[in-house]
Design a protein around this ligand. Sequence first.
Ligand code: ADP
Ligand code: MG
Length: 225
Amino acid sequence: ITNRLIEAEKLELVSNLASSVSHEVRNPLTVVKGFLQMMIHTDLPKEKREKYLKLSISEVNRANAIIGDYLSFAKPHHKAIDKLDIKEVLMQTIQVITPLANMNSVIIEKKLDDYLVTGDQHLFHQCFINITKNCIEAMPHGGSLHMYTERKNNFAVITIADTGTGMTKEQIAMLGKPFYTTKGNEGTGLGMLTVFQILHQLHCSLEITSEINKGTCFAIKIPLA
Ligand code: ADP
Ligand code: MG
């Protein structure tokens, strides 16, 4: 069992990240543009046409995934700090990820209580989406996704755990490095980076515990309002 705590851990300043990300989005778009141009100018055989269309769709999906994982960064920073019920945000997250869970035969088991915290609802939502999506993707043959809340002193602790592939010590250490992914072209390597940045910004800590072939557990500690 390996454990990593992200707390006051000095976050590497990724100042040129925005430009790397726009570069990553531009690549697939350039590829799509090329295919579209070929499809205008030539009388393509049906098979070629279909191949180009499929590739174009997959490239557009890729650009979309990069924007989706990273979205919260690009958004202008909301200065308005609200009091919010973390249960409501978690319910909203569950609603969004349920189709993906169903596709992977993942059962969601939840036990959520109302806790008032301060922060930006969109940022929390983005953070939970990125974590739960990774959990589901770590269970391609099904499993269960546990989500529960508890109170510890002046904190609400949100636990999100999967019964998936787990990670080695080295893999856990790589989490949050820009563009680190084991998912090839399907991955962006921006999800956990976004999670760390958001939690840092909201004064929350994250503890990751994992065991190969058993699963991974993310414990997010949020100061109560
Ligand atoms: P992406 O999901 O696009 O690959 P992330 O930053 O979200 O990028 O995750 C980086 C990598 O961390 C993943 O490719 C995966 O190898 C690993 N990972 C993240 N969460 C989990 C998890 N719950 N179980 C197993 N591996 C995980
Ligand atoms: Mg991810």
